[in-house]
Design a protein. Structure first.
Ligand SMILES: Cc1ncc(COP(=O)(O)OP(=O)(O)O)c(N)n1
Ligand code: TZP
Ligand code: MG
Length: 368
């Protein structure tokens, strides 16, 4: 086979330029990947600490990137520059951009670690340490992104089955909905899987969270952000074992006892309701806005008022203390789902703005 030389037959001298080319290419690769991650830390997260970690790693790589390694570069003679994978052209959301670049940096560091040992023994240890620093950076950066998104979420759409499911969900996403839950009690699993996959992809394109109702297996199968569980569903602790710490778990409650248990269960957010009677959950007694008032006083987790909420009664729910609401019919059955979503979003952000302002004012007053 032309060009294939067993390593044992290569003389050390002949190996040196090859090593230099491998090290040069992978130093470039690691630095480029880090730069992409650093831009998000700096401009997306405004995190000085995470930006500093990326910068420090890039500077360390630069020190190893000596003139000898750079001068070994032979881009025109590199057959790898022509090779692209179709997936390189597809980046569907920010999460993917970051994930792909973390992989790229980690792979490059692994190559540097292994080949570096042949070039200069200290390289092995140095790049190994850097690889572990990158793993830590990855978990600090990616861990908690769902929880952070949840904290910024105020409008939650729970879907109902319809022919135009993707179109309605996309309209709601265009209107600014923060979380979408796929809820389908009757379809076959094959249909559910297809729908959940499609909606998950759509939500992530718009930077919204995607949750699955009831089904932990389906949530895992489509890489959803989490699952929503009621009192008759799997216990939160069991779902947590299956889903891990990174995914979100929501828990429905209808009264103070359930709220107390849900707050201690390890759930990430709470459903509060049905506030009003609703055909979507026929036969379930309404809690009334009193329970919304109670949740506003007692909940230590983000919570969403749900059940019969629409543009006409939203104000009453907000006045009772809600800052977050979940709806089914108000959006799924709207003639113009995007407009209704925009209206709900604007009402919710208005109330949020007033509450934030009042909270800041009372802090100022308490310091005078
Ligand atoms: C956000 C949100 N809150 C409450 C529910 C209701 O969950 P559950 O009581 O399990 O009832 P079903 O939706 O499974 O019929 C929810 N789905 N979402
Ligand atoms: C799933 C669920 N859980 C409590 S109320 C409810 C349904 C809310 O539907 P709608 O917003 O159409 O009243
Ligand atoms: Mg349920």
């Amino acid at each position: 086979m032309e060009g294939v030389v067993p390593m044992g037959n290569q003389e050390h001298g002949a190996l040196q330029p090859v090593l230099c080319r491998i090290l040069d290419a992978n130093l470039d690769r690691a630095r480029e990947g880090l730069r992409i991650i650093e831009e998000w830390c700096r401009f997306g997260l405004n995190s000085g600490a995470l930006t500093e970690v990326c910068k420090h790693l890039r500077q360390e790589l630069a020190i190893w990137h000596t003139a000898e390694l750079r001068s070994a570069r032979d881009t025109p003679g590199d057959p790898g520059t022509e090779l692209t994978h179709p997936q390189e052209a597809q980046r569907t959301d920010l999460q993917q951009v970051l994930q792909v670049n973390f992989c790229r940096v980690q792979e490059a560091l692994r190559v540097l670690e292994e080949y570096g040992k042949l070039y200069q023994p200290e390289m092995g240890t140095a790049f190994k340490q850097m690889r572990y620093q990158v793993y830590t950076l990855e978990s600090n950066l990616l861990a908690g992104h769902r929880h952070q998104r949840l904290l910024r979420s105020h409008l939650y759409l729970v879907t109902s089955p319809t022919e135009s499911l993707p179109a309605v969900v996309e309209a709601a996403l265009q209107g600014g909905v923060d979380v979408v839950q796929y809820r389908d009690k009757n379809s076959d699993d094959g249909v559910r899987l297809q729908n959940a996959k499609q909606l998950c992809h759509l939500c992530h394109q718009y930077g919204a969270l995607f949750m699955v109702n009831d089904r932990v297996d389906l949530a895992l199968a489509v890489d959803a952000d989490g699952v929503h569980l009621g009192q008759q569903d799997l216990p939160v602790a069991v779902a947590r074992q299956l889903l891990g710490q990174q995914r979100l778990i929501g828990c429905s409650t209808t009264n103070p006892d359930e709220l107390k248990a849900a707050l201690q269960s390890g759930a990430d957010y709470i459903g509060v309701g049905p506030v009003y009677e609703t055909p979507t959950k026929a036969g379930k007694a309404a809690t009334g806005v009193e329970y919304v008032r109670y949740a506003a006083q007692q909940s230590t987790l983000p919570w969403f008022a749900i059940g019969g909420i629409d543009p006409n009664n939203l104000q009453e729910v907000l006045t009772a203390g809600a800052e977050r609401v979940a709806v089914v019919r108000a959006i799924m059955q709207a003639e113009q789902p995007m407009l209704v979503t925009q209206y709900l979003v604007s009402q919710l952000s208005h109330v949020q703005m007033i509450r934030d302002y009042n909270a800041r004012m009372s802090m100022v007053i308490s310091h005078v």
